[in-house]
Design a protein around this ligand. Structure first.
Ligand code: E4P
Length: 219
């Protein structure tokens, strides 16, 4: 399973990219706003760090305006046009924009997917990626993993090319479970990548190896 990082913080992206563990980035309006930086400037900087799909979300609510907004920001970073994926909210206008952008050869990520039926609609509209939000379902006492499993099963059964990005990841078990059930991609917050990295037995194992090596060298 491929890993993307779910953040607009370039320091976090750089650290994850330096470890070689991520091959894409997802952002959303909340994550961009948190950074307090110009949208185009931050997306450009992200694209200069990671050579892979970078999801940048539109905020317009009508299809024509979504397409125009996407074309405008892509035009401001022509050097990264092959990497920019236009993130569209799941709704009727978002699906219309998805079809229009697909016809123009522009990649899309339909986000805020909370049912398999929505994922099927997005795939039929030509979405390159769909982003079901598993953590937000768990938050309201619904089984988020079950949704990922259902979408993965349907897309496999129907030979649908659209890739499934498990989004709204809250912990390492979400990541490993998504991998076990055959999800294409998980987009993981930086904090969860760090949780995946750490294990107390690895830390104490390294300390013990170094301590034993020190003792051996002194003999
Ligand atoms: C997906 O692309 C979204 O940016 C993200 O995963 C939302 O997660 P949240 O529920 O933690 O806001």
């Amino acid at each position: 399973m491929k890993l993307f990082i779910d953040t607009a913080n370039v320091a976090e992206i750089r650290r994850a990219a330096d470890m070689g563990v991520i091959c894409g980035v997802t952002t959303n309006p909340s994550l961009i706003a948190k950074e307090g930086r110009d949208f185009v400037e931050v997306v450009k900087e992200i694209a200069s760090i990671v050579d892979g799909p970078i999801s940048a979300e539109v905020i317009s609510l009508e299809a024509d305006k979504m397409v125009k907004e996407a074309q405008e920001f892509i035009a401001k970073m022509p050097e990264f046009e092959d990497n920019i994926v236009v993130k569209l909210p799941f709704c009727e206008e978002g699906l219309k924009a998805c079809k229009m952008l697909t016809d123009l050869g522009i990649d899309t990520n339909v986000t805020l997917i909370f049912s398999a039926a929505q994922a099927i609609l997005a795939a039929n509209a030509g979405a390159t990626f769909v982003s079901p939000f598993l953590g937000r379902l768990d938050d309201i006492g619904t089984d988020g993993i079950a949704l990922i499993e259902e979408i993965v099963e349907i897309f496999n059964e129907q030979l649908i090319d659209t890739e499934v990005i498990a989004a709204s990841i809250r912990n390492p078990i979400h990541v490993t479970t998504c991998a076990r059930i055959g999800c294409d991609i998980a987009t993981v917050p930086y904090g969860v990548i760090m949780q995946m990295l750490n294990h107390p037995l690895t830390t104490s194992g390294i300390e013990k190896f170094l301590k034993d090596w020190d003792g051996f060298e002194k003999k």
